[in-house]
Design a protein around this ligand. Structure first.
Ligand SMILES: NC(=O)C1=CN([C@@H]2O[C@H](COP(=O)(O)OP(=O)(O)OC[C@H]3O[C@@H](n4cnc5c(N)ncnc54)[C@H](OP(=O)(O)O)[C@@H]3O)[C@@H](O)[C@H]2O)C=CC1
Ligand SMILES: CC(C)(CO)C(=O)C(=O)O
Length: 347
């Protein structure tokens, strides 16, 4: 497609995944399963895994796909970005600037780039490094867990979203064909903040050291989440940022639902609890692997928003501090202890 307008592909578009870990390998592999031409850029440790075993994808609805990833399909060599018609950036937030710098060396001018990352500021970071590309916000609502090296499991519901732009339309059929629909939307600021409201559970899940289902079944952890979400919703209201509904329950009601007693929560939030029992947050994975977490790009964004409005966000500030402490000490928190800690910070 090198000499074609990206709006009129005459051959399958080439989709590049930059930063193939959990999300990148899953989305990239899923696109391959639907017949798309995909190349993934990732680290040597996964290259070694794929030298010995296939990429395996599964999901909570019984999807199963396996494929061999030769060095032409999963590589450490970023120069393959020169052939990309679309780039999906799937690195963790701390790696966005470096990813943008590397991509800037190779991408053709005007190449669309979608940030499929959590947080709010990754798009701006990528845009500042990629002035000649067209960088769009994207959102991945579901959980991907690496069950064993090279086996990526999609554990919760939801579909992909990205900013509405004509240059992304030619790629929609590739997503449709593999069963991972991509919805283009005009309200991505609201979508990103709404996803962030859900991601406020990431530090709580990471600090709990139990799977998402077990953590959300404990009212004390849910009350911690409700505290962080209420604080954020009030700030979003002041900043005149709307939310959108990403789950069966409207965003503004989620803190109330989180606060329900267990017996009622189990009934009201049945769909929300349709989580694979082994699924955990990506922040738990980071802590477990001894990597720095994305807490500054999640709860830290709420603190930044509060500062910009001359306000405070004590629950989110404290969660940020506790996760940073945990990056060093690996101390984990029981639900009642964490709730006491956040309540006392919010007083
Ligand atoms: N996992 C999940 O369930 C979900 C994750 N997200 C979001 O998606 C984004 C990606 O998360 P996730 O897939 O879990 O992260 P991972 O850490 O699993 O994957 C990112 C991969 O990119 C690699 N990488 C970083 N920089 C480069 C580079 N310059 N060149 C090549 N490879 C690079 C990383 O290697 P290294 O570690 O060595 O740097 C890592 O292997 C995050 O923003 C996350 O919050 C959103 C929804 C769900
Ligand atoms: C899907 C979800 C919300 C799971 O916690 C996530 O975004 C993450 O793990 O980062």
């Amino acid at each position: 497609m090198t000499n074609q307008s990206p709006n009129q592909p005459s051959q399958p578009p080439r989709i590049l995944i930059f930063g193939a870990g959990s999300v990148g390998c899953y989305v990239g592999g899923r696109l391959m399963s639907g017949g798309a031409e995909v190349v993934m850029i990732g680290r040597p440790r996964l290259r070694q895994v794929f030298d010995e075993s296939p990429l395996v994808l599964t999901d909570y609805e019984g999807f199963h796909f396996e494929t061999q990833l030769g060095p032409d399909l999963f590589t450490e060599d970023a120069s393959v970005a020169a052939d990309a018609d679309l780039v999906l950036v799937t690195v963790k937030s701390a790696a966005s600037a470096e990813a943008g710098k590397t991509l800037a060396k190779y991408l053709r001018p005007g190449t669309p780039v979608i940030s499929l990352q959590n947080g709010i500021s990754n798009v701006e970071t990528l845009r500042s490094q990629l002035p000649d590309a067209r960088v769009f916000a994207g959102m991945i609502p579901f959980n991907v867990l690496q069950k064993t090296p090279g086996h990526f499991h999609h554990g919760t519901e939801g579909h992909l979203m990205a900013e509405k732009h004509a240059c992304l339309e030619p790629f929609l059929s590739a997503f449709e064909s593999c069963g991972l629909a991509l919805e283009l939307r005009e309200d991505m600021t609201s979508v990103m903040w709404s996803k962030l409201l859900l991601n406020l559970n990431n530090p709580i899940n990471a600090l709990s050291n139990v799977p998402l289902l077990e953590e959300l079944s404990d009212r004390n952890y849910r009350l911690c989440l409700a505290l962080a979400q209420k604080e954020t919703l009030a700030l979003l209201d002041m900043a005149k940022i709307d939310t959108v509904q990403l789950t069966a329950i409207p965003m503004s009601l989620i803190p109330k639902v989180m606060s329900l007693p267990n017996w009622l929560f189990q009934r009201v939030a049945q769909k929300m609890l349709a989580i694979d029992p082994i699924a955990r947050s990506s922040m738990w994975e980071d802590l477990e692997a001894g990597r720095p977490t994305e807490v500054d790009w999640i709860n830290g964004e709420v603190v930044k928003l509060a500062n910009s409005l001359g306000k405070k966000a004590p629950a989110n500030q404290r969660l940020t501090e506790l996760v940073h402490a945990c990056e060093q000490s690996r101390r984990r928190w029981a639900g009642d202890e964490l709730l006491r800690e956040l309540r006392s910070a919010s007083r």
